[in-house]
Unconditional design. Structure first.
Length: 305
């Protein structure tokens, strides 16, 4: 039988006073799954010999989630009211200190067994994502079309293949994660936002295939969140890669203008529509170039001029 050190029982790996990774577990009404999740993370990281600290963020649960988490001896950040998935993650990140940050949901869907390999990959990647794959067997069928649309739209706008846009199992290098903290929302779109931030900024992001399990309890995501995700993808693209929106839009207007001009010449009657189409394209391209210049200034590494 393996003996557990008292330091491990309090949520810190027993092998070192300085943790190598901070594991943040956001939890909202997960009283039936939070203890197994905590125990599995502890077991996996201790068996791998990885020093860690573990923080559970109770996001205003109305059940016994907070009491269940506290019974394990881990550090619990306890909010009296629900403020959102992103707020819970940001609160957990703020009270931790390790150079690597791992996040994993408390609903039992993500395999903690993958954490050691993801932590190893984080030595040469700013972010490692647990990729649930195209099938995503643990995801309800009704949500799969929306996920497919979001992943493909985000991949096009970000200019990178995104196989899983909002996986809740990730490992980050802390400096790069904290660089974008001020942009990360309080809602479910935390993972979507950090994915686009990392990719648009040219950081190394790797995807590791995982098996996505059936969740314990009920999902907190609603149908309306799909449209919020869509708007978020467009907003972040304008912020980081504006030319991916302005250039195609300008090209569309330019082609309309040119096509109308050719038709007008053929009928010997040049119209305002053709002129406005081409002028509109030039204006949109100009706005795009200005937005791109501003984005490049925002993305410069801290401390540079």
């Amino acid at each position: 039988m393996r003996t557990v050190d008292p330091a491990t029982a309090s949520g810190t790996g027993a092998l070192s006073a300085a943790p190598a990774v901070s594991v943040v577990i956001p939890a909202y009404n997960e009283e039936n799954a939070v203890i197994p999740t905590i125990e599995k993370v502890r077991e996996v990281l201790n068996d791998a010999g990885i020093p860690f600290e573990l923080v559970v963020v109770n996001d205003g649960s109305k059940d016994g989630t907070a009491a269940a988490a506290k019974s394990t001896g881990v550090h619990v950040v306890d909010f009296p009211h629900n403020g959102g998935y992103g707020r819970a993650l940001k609160a957990g990140i703020a009270v931790t200190k390790a150079p690597l940050v791992a996040i994993i949901d408390a609903d039992g869907t993500y395999p903690a067994e993958m954490l050691p390999q993801m932590i190893e990959m984080a030595a040469y990647n700013q972010m490692v994502v647990g990729d649930r794959g195209a099938a995503m067997k643990g995801v309800p069928m009704i949500r799969k079309p929306a996920k497919w649309v979001l992943n493909n739209l985000a991949s096009y706008l970000a200019g990178h293949k995104i196989t899983d846009l909002n996986s809740g199992l990730r490992v980050f290098q802390r400096p790069e994660l904290e660089r974008f903290i001020h942009l990360l929302p309080n809602a479910f779109s935390f993972t979507t936002t950090i994915t686009l931030c990392m990719l648009a900024s040219g950081f190394n992001v790797s995807y590791l295939p995982i098996t996505y399990g059936k969740r314990v309890g009920t999902s907190k995501i609603k149908a309306v969140d799909f449209f919020r995700f869509m708007m978020l993808v467009f907003r972040l693209t304008v912020y980081f890669q504006p030319l991916r929106i302005f250039m195609p839009l300008g090209a569309f207007l330019f082609l309309i203008g040119v096509g109308k001009a050719v038709y007008d010449v053929w009928i010997d009657n040049l119209s305002e529509t053709a002129i406005f189409g081409m002028l509109g394209a030039i204006v949109i391209w100009s706005f795009g170039l200005i937005a791109d210049m501003m984005a490049r200034m925002q993305l410069r590494p801290p401390g540079t001029r």
